[in-house]
Every structure is written in structure tokens, then in C-alpha cells.
Design a protein around this ligand. Sequence first.
Ligand code: ATP
Ligand code: ZN
Length: 303
Amino acid sequence: MDAQVSLLDQLLGAGLLFDTGVDGLYGRAGVFEDVVAGIERMVIAFGREDQAEVLRFPPGMNRAHFEASGYMKSFPHLAGTVHCFCGDEAAHGQLLGELAKGEDWTHGQKASDIVITPAACYPLYPLVAKRGRLKPQGGLFDLCSYCFRHEPSTDPARMQMFRMREYVRVGSPEQVMAFRQDWIERGKAFVTALELPHEVDLANDPFFGRGGRLASSSQREQGLKFELLIPVNSVVKPTACLSFNYHQDHFGELWGIEQHDGTKAHTACVGFGLERITLALFRHHGFDVKAWPAGVRTALGLA
Ligand code: ATP
Ligand code: ZN
């Protein structure tokens, strides 16, 4: 591929993504979605034996749950809230006037009860807590959601709205650690089947501010987050396409999720970035899906 033309321009030029005028917000072509669907089939196949409970939430979550999650403490710079017009006719007239003059019309918008979901697992924890104590075997959930993060970029792998598919394990420390270890191995087998170069490395979340630097280094020291990295937009800085997170009892304490013996549950999740894996496939196997290696097409169920 021509290194002079950015990967984003190549994808737009090939009609795989469509420009909306906002960095990180794209339309997807049918071919792109065929690959996403193939990846989803693989995620299901790799986790089938565990019989996770399938749950789907819309891409907006309860603002009260979002507030209680602590997201604004750690990642205020990434959050997206839904604001709406709640005024009277006079306010409407003013708004239309501002719009017509190209002035700021958003100052009167009021926060609604909905926040755009930042990670697929966020709406899950309060639901699990509400169901009462876990069974001795704990819980396992299959989630997928469009997520929002305010990180505009011309790196096509850093979108503002993207799909995250997750398996989330809730239970004892031993149960969730075994789950995470298992998925690190399965994750490597997953991308090996897709013939993608990769490495798994220790990572940290982009916590905000000075206090955030401390949170990031403590997360690393405790080995709480691993990422499976694949070169997508850059060879020097490969992209996290899968993440393996251990939250200890953070969400268990926060939401009051109890194990069968009444102690607070531990949680872990494996997250698949559906667009990032798709982009990695286009980047490494070319833009013509029909010309991809036979093994890759078979793995995706495209053959
Ligand atoms: P990064 O370190 O690149 O910001 P992350 O590791 O913090 O990503 P997670 O919060 O663990 O991401 O999200 C789970 C998965 O969602 C990631 O492994 C990735 O595949 C995907 N993802 C995260 N952010 C984006 C984004 N901006 N655009 C597309 N996919 C994303
Ligand atoms: Zn998660």
C-alpha cells in the first residue's frame, strides 16, 4: 500500500469507510460490515463452550449509573453526554435565530437522563447487582455495544463511535483470573487464525490529569490490563485490538455485587474492538476481501 497516502484516505478512497466531516465518525460499507459479522461469528465460536448469557443494551446508558461508575473521575475527557432542548416557544425562537446566524445554539441544551456508553460492560454491573447474590459458579456475560469516546483522530483505528464486543466474568478472584488468562491465550489463537502479526503487552488506561498518572502506573504495576496489539495505522505504535482487563473488586464494591458467600465479587472482561480488528485485516491482507488468504476467509466464514 502507498505509505504516502494515509490509511484513512486509502480506506475512504476505496469506499470501505465513508467520511461524515467529523474525524473518528464514519459510515461503513457493506464489505466492511461483512468482515465485522465474520469477526462476531468467530467471537461467538471461541466462547461458545462457556455458555455466556447474552445481553444487549442500546448505546446509551442511565446517567445515574454513569455518574456512580466514577467515569467522570477517571476519564472526563472521553465522555459524551446526551443533551436535549427542553425550552418553551420563546426559547425555540431564540434557538432558530442563533442557528440561522451561525451562532452557538447549544447553550440552552439540558442534560438528559442518558449518557453515551463508553464501554460495553458499563450498563451490566448495576443489573447484575440488582439480581442479588451470585451463584457459586459466578456469572459470564456476552455483550456488544456501539461506544463513544471523545478522542477525534485521523487514525482510522481511533474512532469516536465504534463497536466493542465483550465477555465479562463476575465471581471469585480465582474464577475471574482464570477467565482472563484463558482469554489471553484464546485471543492469540483468534488473531493467529486471522494471520495477523501481534503481541500481547501490559497496558494502562488513559486516566485524566496528574492523579491519573498515578492510577496508570499503579494499574501497570498490578498487571491489571493487557492488550493484544496489531500494527494498523503505525508499525512503531501498534493498535490495541483486544483488551484483557481485571478490575479486582472495584465494580463489586461500587455496585454491591456479592458472591454466593456474601463477599464482594471480582470482575474481568475481554474486549474485542470490532472496527480495529476489521481494519487490521484490511491493512494486512489488502482491500480486496476475495483475495484474502483462504484460511482467513474460512475462519471468518466468508469462503
Ligand atoms: P487505547 O489504549 O488504544 O485507547 P484501550 O485499550 O484503552 O484502547 P479499552 O478501553 O480496553 O481500549 O476498550 C476495549 C477495546 O475497544 C480495545 O481493545 C479496542 O479494540 C477498542 N477500542 C477502544 N478505543 C477505541 C477507539 N477509539 N476506536 C476503535 N476501537 C476502540
Ligand atoms: Zn469491560
